[in-house]
Design a protein. Sequence first.
Length: 413
Amino acid sequence: MHELRSLAALPERWWALLWVIVVPSVACSQESPTGGLVVSSDAALQETADGLLQDISERSGFSFNRPVRVEWRSEEELVRYLTFKLDEEFQDGEVERIRDSYALLGLVPETLDLGALFLALYTEQVAGFYDPDSVALYVRSGQDEETVESVLVHELVHAAQDQSVDLDALTERARGNDRQIAARAAAEGHATLVMLEYALEKQQGAEVDLVAIPDFIDLMGPSLAAAASSSPVLSTAPGIVRESLIFPYVQGTEYVRTLWQQRPGRPPPFGELLPHSTEQVLEPERAFGPEPDAPVDIEITGGGAAVIYTNSLGLAEIGILFEEVAGDGRPIAGWEGDQFALVEGGDGSRGLVWWSVWEDEAARDGFVSRGRAVAAALTDATLEPLMLDGRPAAVLTVGAVPDPPAARIVGGA
């Protein structure tokens, strides 16, 4: 197919644009001094962005109902902004607690400066982003015209999303890691699919329907891997960091493609079509099939050890855990939810307890059987089956946990 040849010929920089930073939130209404929907101190940038709005509205299914400001920013200005946002995002040692949790799971070195890695990654990869605090879209200066246009398309989709959906609430950290990644996959997949179709159509001068291409994700993966390999920080980052960063773009794009294959009119992937777990992103029929399958919610309770951090892994990161730690890249089936607790003893030692819930005992037992290879590779780790509030479950304990906390199911499926 002609589309396949065009897709394979996409410049690497277009694939590299899929790492752009998104800081979604609800934008406040702002009156434009010119009365238009794009405002900029640069007339040429304003004209370029303004010329994209109708096309983006038609492709994304969202209309622009408030002005968007578009401005250039130097790399130095972007680094200052990213530093501020990371300091705002991770407070009171949270980034170290995240690092310690993943180190106990064998996914990152225990000495890793995770905050510095995030800043280096974002500095290396950022081409532009939409900032809700200033109701503006910023583009890194010094890029070629073709790249700037692609960045504008991608980020203007986010601006349109932001004017129609409470993205800030959908992607806030309080929803948990797995739900947060799933919501980002919807937002990024939506913007990426629009951007790629626009870029390909402009390249070949004819309409392109990426939804109709079979096995699109198999073609997209190697192209992204090639782009990633040319990025020194990204290519050398721990697998859990690298793959979790890539997931919303690759799997998110496939999620939206599947949605558009099954639902007429190319609806945006929000509302009842929003995925609530990475399992739903990986298996879209669980999100918008006849019987949507939402994950269970698990609450950590009691115990003598102090719980200093809790979060979920989700099916996507469980898959990374199995592959990175045990070399087991086979799909994992039957996940229903999970939650881990990083605990600290009186002597300052830290351990981790991780509960997972499964749809039936066969799925649970299969997970435990395979997961014992993971436990064997960790320090002082055990993985055992159990029942949690009448549901088949498993618990992994790693490190020093003399008096572990308990868990209970509080909602969900």
